[in-house]
Design a protein around this ligand. Structure first.
Ligand code: G3P
Ligand code: MG
Length: 251
């Protein structure tokens, strides 16, 4: 078989197995590990800033409490988002999307996952504007669990690459809405992926990127690589890289 070096090894919330998720520390460490693709989650503050955080509240990953949307940017920036993970990271701040984009060099691509975009259409508009103002459309992909959100992104700027996340996938049932949404990539949860699904999705013309594997489980990583997925988000991108290269060498 031909070697595929286009495999997308994506550092999930940065190298979040080693650093607090969605922080500059996690993004920097992923790059230090030689990883070329980062993933982050974005939400809106109550003064319309786009901030990089997974949950709808700040409770789990900061020393504060309450909904992200009930904070303004100044309040968000007071929060410590490192100590919950390890005191070594005390003082890490929640980054804005602009801060993450400013830090990307030419070799690095970013997946921006829009959280709760259906209830927050301003977030979609802000994300699109921030990326287009910086002329980074070619290096940033938009992902979401909501085809409605991705449809909205496509409407605004046809050039964005979009990726739909699926917890479950019934191709027969979902195909029409997938096609009409104009998405470019199908991202199923790793637990529903097998060779047959990958073949079927490939036959429809879409790459497959697995998500949801949070553990450093080399066996599952190897299985997914052998299923010919086109990429994977992982908290341990260094381990995935090793597994991928080893599997391909043995092909
Ligand atoms: O890579 C996709 C993944 O980020 C989706 O799940 O909950 O980690 O944002 P979640
Ligand atoms: Mg995400």
């Amino acid at each position: 078989m031909t070697m595929n070096y286009n495999f997308m090894n994506i550092a999930h919330r940065g190298a979040s197995g080693y650093c607090p998720e969605n922080t500059m520390a996690a993004f920097k460490y992923a790059i230090e590990l030689g990883i070329k693709n980062l993933e982050c989650d974005v939400r809106l503050t109550n003064d319309n800033h786009v901030v990089v955080i997974h949950d709808s509240t700040v409770n789990r990953t900061t020393d504060g409490s309450g909904q992200v949307i009930n904070h303004n940017l100044n309040q968000i920036k007071q929060l410590d988002t490192g100590s919950w993970f390890d005191k070594e990271f005390a003082g890490e701040r929640i980054p804005t999307l602009e801060e993450v984009l400013s830090f990307l060099d030419l070799n690095i691509n970013l997946v921006v996952e829009i959280k709760d975009g259906e209830n927050s259409p301003q977030l979609i508009d802000r994300v699109i504007k921030i990326i287009t103002d910086r002329k980074l459309i070619d290096r940033v992909r938009i992902s979401s669990f909501s085809l409605k959100v991705l449809r909205q992104v496509k409407k605004s700027n046809i050039k964005f690459i979009t990726s739909a996340l699926f917890e479950e996938l019934d191709l027969a049932k979902d195909l029409n809405s997938i096609k009409s949404s104009g998405i470019n990539i199908i991202s199923p949860h790793f637990s529903i992926i097998d060779r047959d699904l990958v073949n079927k999705v490939h036959a429809l013309g879409y790459p497959v990127i697995a998500w949801g594997l949070k553990q450093a489980n080399e066996k599952v990583m190897k299985f997914l690589v052998m299923c010919e997925v086109d990429g994977m988000t992982t908290n341990y991108p260094d381990i995935l890289e090793r597994v991928y290269l080893k599997s391909k060498k043995n092909d």
